[in-house]
Design a protein around this ligand. Structure first.
Ligand code: MG
Ligand code: ZN
Length: 375
């Protein structure tokens, strides 16, 4: 049947109309990696640069002497970051997609689009006897880490999210947000409660992270700030060391392996502030953390590393300037954007991550890598 050119034009206009509903149908292509065979990894380290699009990576690369640890990754893909109710995702829906394989509404913490709790990769890892950890440069209750251990209807419910962490099976965590645990409206002291359940928890007031001693026979928590940690440029100095400590700790726990989520949280905040220097310093530190994890994985040989972002922030661009050796930044927005997001993989199972796929596929691929889903 021949299509009418007028019908085609109408369809095209409808497709381009800015007011059309932005709910997209999730692609249901067969997983193109089904035929790939690989040795399953024992450990997974998922590294999320919040708001880290290609331009953030590019700016960090050139401002770091044209060198990034990311260049060591041979398997690179792209993901579609949109959420269930918007072309532009927030960090909660973005992290829920990675953590649970569910597209959900912006603001949702570990719930599917219908509001039901979605089981996360971290919870699956715990059920399989693996050790689990979180290291972030935001509060530990912030949207990105929260989506791995909490199930709440809104990302702003920080004290509820802290409550979820206190009863989760997380073995090791480093991040801000102390006040959501020990200065709460309900007057519970979750730090005391967690210490009663086998945690040793210290904080930035008692001791600098770089001097803290870690008891490998207990669970470990460290609060780096009352609320949000400082930017790197203002003196935050725990992140790279905390990643190393997390690897030392988690790899010592048992022979079942571990799941570690590391977030460079503030690349996003530099984007919201339209501050190129902020983005670059956060990006370069995140890449240093990537270097630490790569060194571990190369030695260990059983660790799959995935590096990606939830979305891009700022519509960040590098424009031509008067000299070739400077970044002339530009921003199209102080919000998130809908651009495709790169995914980098290294280690056993890395082959699964080439291609162009939904953000939810990262959960599916991690599951497949660990053998949680038989396909
Ligand atoms: Mg985040
Ligand atoms: Zn943001």
């Amino acid at each position: 049947m021949k299509k009418s050119p007028i019908l085609f034009l109408l369809l095209l206009m409808a497709a381009c109309h800015p007011k059309q509903p932005t709910t997209l149908e999730e692609a249901t292509l067969p997983e193109p990696t089904d035929s790939i065979s690989f040795t399953p990894p024992k450990n997974i380290v998922l590294m999320i640069g919040d708001g880290m699009g290609l331009t953030q990576i590019t700016a960090g690369l050139y401002m770091n002497g044209n060198k990034l640890n990311l260049e060591q990754f041979q398997y690179i893909g792209l993901h579609k970051s949109y959420s269930s109710n918007d072309l532009i995702t927030d960090s909660a829906a973005g992290a829920t997609a990675f953590a649970s394989g569910k597209k959900t509404y912006n603001g949702a913490i570990g719930l599917d689009a219908g509001g039901k709790p979605a089981k996360t990769i971290l919870e699956e890892a715990e059920a399989a006897g693996m050790s689990t950890g979180l290291v972030v440069t935001s509060s530990i209750t912030h949207a990105t880490p929260a989506c791995f251990y909490a199930h709440e209807r809104d990302r702003g419910l920080m004290e509820q999210i802290a409550g979820d962490l206190s009863i989760s099976g997380v073995d090791f965590f480093v991040g801000g947000g102390k006040k959501y645990f020990d200065r709460r409206l309900d007057e519970r002291n979750l730090i005391k409660e967690m210490e009663g359940k086998g945690f040793v928890i210290s904080n930035f007031i008692d001791t600098d992270f770089n001097n803290v001693s870690i008891d490998f026979n207990k669970k470990f928590g460290y609060f780096t700030a009352d609320a949000e940690p400082l930017p790197k440029s203002q003196g935050r100095d725990y992140f790279v060391q905390a990643c190393q400590s997390a690897l030392n700790y988690l790899s010592s726990q048992n022979d079942k392996g571990f799941f570690l989520m590391i977030e460079g949280s503030q690349i996003d905040w530099g984007g919201h502030a339209n501050n190129s220097d902020y983005i670059i310093s956060e990006m370069i530190e995140f890449d240093q953390a990537i270097g630490v994890v790569l060194d571990f994985a190369k030695q260990d040989g059983e660790t799959l590393i995935i590096v990606t972002a939830d979305h891009e922030t700022g519509g960040y661009a590098i424009n031509p300037g008067s000299t070739w050796d400077s970044i002339i930044p530009a921003f199209t927005t102080d919000k998130h954007t809908a651009v495709l997001i790169p995914v980098f993989a290294f280690g056993p199972g890395q082959e699964l991550f080439g291609g162009l796929y939904e953000n939810t596929a990262i959960f599916d691929k991690m599951n497949r890598a660990l053998g949680f889903i038989k396909s």
